[in-house]
Design a protein around this ligand. Sequence first.
Ligand code: PLP
Length: 395
Amino acid sequence: MTASNTGSAPSVPFGNMKIHYEQHKARIDEAVQRVLASGYYILGPELDKFEAEFAQFVGCKYAVGCASGTEAIYLALAAAGVTTGDEVLVVAHTAVPTISAISMTGATPVFVDIKASTYVMRETELEAKVTPKTKVIVPVHLYGHMADMEAVMKVAARHNLKVLEDVAQATGATYRGAVAGSIGDWGAFSFYPSKNLGAFGDGGAVTTNSEAEYKKLIMLRNYGQSKRYYHDHIGINSRLDEIQCAILSVQLPFVNQWNERRREIAARYTAALKDLVVTPVEQPGYKHVYHLYVIQTPYRDEMQQYLLERGVQCLIHYPIPAHLQSAYAHLGYKPGSLPTTEHIVKRILSLPMFPEMTDEQVDQVIDGIAEFCKEKALTTDVAAQAVDVAATAAH
Ligand SMILES: Cc1ncc(COP(=O)(O)O)c(C=O)c1O
């Protein structure tokens, strides 16, 4: 009997929020009770406290809490005045909400390919896609590895563009000591529960060093009001509620510790799997925080099913890139437009990764992959494929 055919929970789930709650129950329960008893549920002292703490964590002057990562991206673009007729440079290999948020402003997402090594924006492609309509570049720090911000910032400076970092998957990641979300004009964060810093519901934040941007953002997230009943901008309701703020304040001091545990798990995976599949790369100077640990194998679907039958749950982030989604058919991208993106989406597999994972669970995943490769006599083949991909890594 297996996890897949009994419907029982896998012995190595992809993530486990319940165990996370159980390990921090006393602190979280106290925070929730405190807010419930306070009578203050929206835009109160817990928000002020969390925003100050989070700005300090990121190394920015300001953080503005909002309702989700999607709306963090939307609010930053709206603050920049991005609107219909504008273009935003972005990757197609991301969670689709990155793109939805751009579309919410009326602007057109213009897709650039990714690097095969780290799966982030291929900055060498940016310049060719800049037009007079381009307003913002959105590098996505996918899986927990930052995009090459130095290169992106140089292109932005040459063309007078703004830069919005999508940090949804990379809270706590660094490049030469600079924390993700502190380099561009804004950082957009998601506090979706399974993120490196998660709420117990939805949440997000925008970070910025600009006082003017900060002032605009706090209006935009609250109906565009400068004060009650005075609407200076067309805003939305995108507030981070007091209960989530109190929980986030409890969790924030642990983020670096949890990220270290993610890195330990990643190191264990990589040491055991590097000759069997393509394992993630951490470029020199970068700290990868492994929101996701993503391997590549040409036998992806078979391997995923094999592991599931042995109680190991893996997922695919993401099987269909944004430029080939039905919602974006009107943009006219055809298969073949983004070759590296389209190549890797058929091969990527995200292995279980959460800080509370035990070494035994990590080993169960490793053993499953090793057995799969042995049974299928794939070792040589897969190693050859790994070389293939490494050869394209510079692109
Ligand atoms: C890269 C990326 N950007 C944006 C988002 C959207 O965040 P949220 O789900 O909080 O709206 C996500 C969430 O999955 C994401 O992974």
